[in-house]
Design a protein around this ligand. Structure first.
Ligand SMILES: NC(=O)c1ccc[n+]([C@@H]2O[C@H](COP(=O)([O-])OP(=O)(O)OC[C@H]3O[C@@H](n4cnc5c(N)ncnc54)[C@H](OP(=O)(O)O)[C@@H]3O)[C@@H](O)[C@H]2O)c1
Length: 330
């Protein structure tokens, strides 16, 4: 049995205005685990805002600063923080290295680096080896950095990595998540047969699991916790999407891609249809590797690799729950 620890009662958020990050503050204010009511210090760059109801919440503290520059301003504002949760991405990823050092100096006990995914190897047909996309490789290098950091080895600071499935409510990805959009006619990309089960996540579930894991620091210390919401095939998703949109007079058609198509697009992104390239913020080859491995049935963890049983307070959202949320009950 792991030793009991003091609660992580002051949490600093970095990236709270992002696509995924915007769900974290509401989850931390939701009282998911009874008795856990953290104070949340939200770091916001100039010009960035959160909802008034959150900004005025008595447990929310806002720090406006250009935190990506690091230095004393960030250090001073990290004093008294128990845990840092990063939901940063893109060009901000590199800041994790400095943020970790500042956290150690400030006496922060726990660091959640941005993760919330499922690292995938890409295997080109006919090749013996495999490769890791640069975005995952970058994260893997940081993962190794923190795990072997002298302060971690000395027990001065702990880490938690949260793994998830493919996020189905990515509002910024109209091609891969068409159900996030308001349209009369939808087109869903289906790769290969569409029958392979795939791990998916609902953004609010990821955020709630993070909150629950902060509430139980002894279960999440120096741990990698995998918490996808549901496992469901592309075809099952299309069927549910049709079921909940048809009564509203909306149509759903399927656009098939073969695995050969996907491999060709990965090898030469200029061959990928412009509808894909024009409708994503994520590098096209990264997303195609995800879709390829999903179609192959490899984007799935077995139940022994998942950790939902540690946090029974969080109810996992199904894709049908999400369809009801988006399009209403039948
Ligand atoms: N499992 C999945 O399917 C999936 C899908 C997408 C993302 N993710 C993961 O979720 C996490 C967050 O991703 P996201 O898509 O929510 O990220 P995002 O919205 O693109 O960005 C998150 C935050 O990072 C900062 N940021 C991003 N780009 C920046 C730039 N160019 N310059 C300065 N700051 C920048 C911003 O912080 P400020 O708030 O300060 O502006 C932004 O709000 C990442 O770990 C990502 O890997 C997982």
């Amino acid at each position: 049995m792991a030793p009991a620890r003091a609660p992580l009662s002051t949490v600093a958020l970095f990236g709270a205005t992002g696509m995924l990050g915007c769900t974290f503050l509401p989850a931390l204010l939701e009282d998911i685990v009874e008795g856990y009511k953290p104070t949340v210090r939200v770091f916001l760059r100039q010009g960035k805002k959160i909802a008034d109801e959150h900004a005025q919440h008595p447990r929310v503290q806002i720090v406006h600063c250009d935190y990506l520059k690091g230095g004393d301003e960030v250090l001073e504002n990290l004093r008294g923080v128990d845990a840092i949760v990063s939901i940063l991405s893109g060009m901000a990823d590199v800041f994790h290295y400095e943020l970790l050092e500042l956290a150690i100096q400030a006496g922060v006990k726990r660091f959640y680096p941005a993760a919330y995914g499922f690292t995938q190897l890409y295997r080109t047909p006919g090749e013996q080896g495999a490769r890791l996309h640069a975005l995952w490789n970058y994260r893997e290098i940081f993962r190794q950095h923190i795990k072997l950091h002298p302060a971690v080895l000395a027990g001065k600071i702990e880490y938690t990595f949260i793994g998830s499935g493919d996020i189905w409510d990515m509002v910024t990805e109209p091609f891969w998540c068409p159900w996030t959009q308001d349209r009369d006619a939808y087109e869903v990309a289906v790769i290969d047969t569409g029958d392979a089960p795939i791990d998916w996540s609902h953004r609010a579930d990821i955020a709630r699991y993070v909150a629950a894991s902060l509430a139980k620091p002894e279960l999440s210390a120096n741990a990698e916790l995998n918490l996808p919401s549901a496992t469901i095939s592309q075809n099952e998703m299309v069927a549910l999407f049709r079921k909940y949109t048809a009564p509203k007079g909306r149509s759903v058609s399927v656009r098939k891609f073969s695995l050969d198509d996907v491999h060709r697009f990965i090898a030469d992104q200029s061959l990928a249809p412009p509808e894909i390239t024009a409708n994503t913020l994520i590098p096209v080859d990264f997303y195609l590797i995800v879709k390829c491995n999903e179609a192959l049935g490899q984007f799935r963890r077995n139940q022994w690799e998942c950790h939902w049983q540690l946090f029974p307070e969080v109810k996992r959202t199904t894709f049908e729950d999400y369809m009801k949320e988006r399009f209403g009950e039948l």
